[in-house]
Design a binder for this molecule. Structure first.
Ligand code: PDD
Length: 287
């Protein structure tokens, strides 16, 4: 059965939804996006994603086309139309279609944004065998641009990173810059040593994960110690455990880094507990 998607004010079957070949998202990767997870038909941390969307647009000097309530209505309409129980909603906003190719930004008065939303169903979002087993990661140089705090659709290098990880028999790659881990291809990275959770501090170097913010809040509430600083791959390999967080993977344990098993080589207790807490609290707070 085909999905119903949203494009520029219309709900359409996916086969009928189109965007211009001159769209700046297509030609210039000039667009931003958000991914919000859905548990039991409800949106997890919608307001966090909405706030980051506003920030990404502002950093790129793009006007925001839909306010929070309008965007929430579209998210909910798509969940209903597609009968989504567990899965996600993807929203992308680009600088639109100026009718030609040019490096200069078009006048927003005459070139409206392009807005696209669609759902993905993910039956294994919560009871995820990958999360139960943990993933292996490899390290790669961080060759992305320097404003990774903006959630743009420039995902070629992260995509190449995932392919390199797959070719190496791993589940993901951690990017390294100036000797320190920045983040995963599509997630934030953490290590645990002596019960202390260590993750890179917020800056332009990483995406300010919505899941990261929630997990650090829950960790503090559970009296776990958190340290926000960068770490090396060698330090990570010597850690007791490691994990990643994102809207689509929640908390997923990492069991091996560049061929070195962490601890017992199985998901650690801190990562497993944080995943449980995250899912429990997200279920309560979802809207
Ligand atoms: N990725 N870092 C990067 C580079 C990301 O792409 C993501 C999310 C995160 C985690 O952010 P959050 O917790 O807000 O999902 C960190 C999404 C899920 C994606 O591209 O599919």
């Amino acid at each position: 059965m085909s999905r119903i998607v949203y494009v520029n004010g219309e709900y359409l079957p996916e086969e009928e939804a189109t965007v211009s070949i001159f769209d700046r998202g297509f030609l210039m990767a000039d667009g931003v996006y958000e991914v919000t997870s859905v548990i039991g038909g409800k949106l997890v941390d919608f307001d966090g994603h909405d706030a980051r969307l506003t920030r990404s647009l502002k950093e790129l000097d793009m006007a925001r086309p839909l306010d929070r309530d309008a965007l929430l209505d579209i998210h909910r309409a798509l969940l209903a139309k597609n009968a989504i129980d567990n899965g996600l909603v993807y929203v992308q906003i680009t600088r639109g279609n100026p009718g030609d190719r040019s490096f200069l930004f078009p006048d927003p008065e005459t070139t409206p944004n392009t807005v696209v939303l669609f759902t993905q169903t993910m039956p294994e979002l919560v009871d995820n065998p990958t999360a139960a087993a943990g993933i292996k990661v490899i390290s790669l140089p961080d060759w992305r641009w320097h404003r990774r705090d903006i959630k743009t659709v420039q995902l070629l290098y992260p995509s190449m990173g995932k392919m390199a990880a797959k070719a190496a028999g791993a589940g993901d790659a951690w990017f390294v810059e100036d000797g320190k881990v920045t983040e995963g291809t599509s997630n934030n990275a953490y290590i645990v040593k002596g019960g202390r959770i260590i993750t890179r501090e917020l800056s332009h170097d990483i995406l300010h994960g919505i899941t990261r913010a929630a997990v650090l809040r829950y960790a503090a509430e559970a009296q776990m110690e958190v340290e926000e600083r960068a770490f090396t791959i060698a330090e990570a390999q010597a850690a007791d455990e490691a994990f990643v967080t994102s809207a689509s993977t929640f908390v997923t344990p990492v069991i091996e880094i560049d061929g070195v098993a962490l601890g017992a080589g199985t998901p650690g207790p801190v990562a497993r507990r944080l995943r449980e807490i995250y899912i429990e609290e997200s279920l309560k707070a979802a809207i």
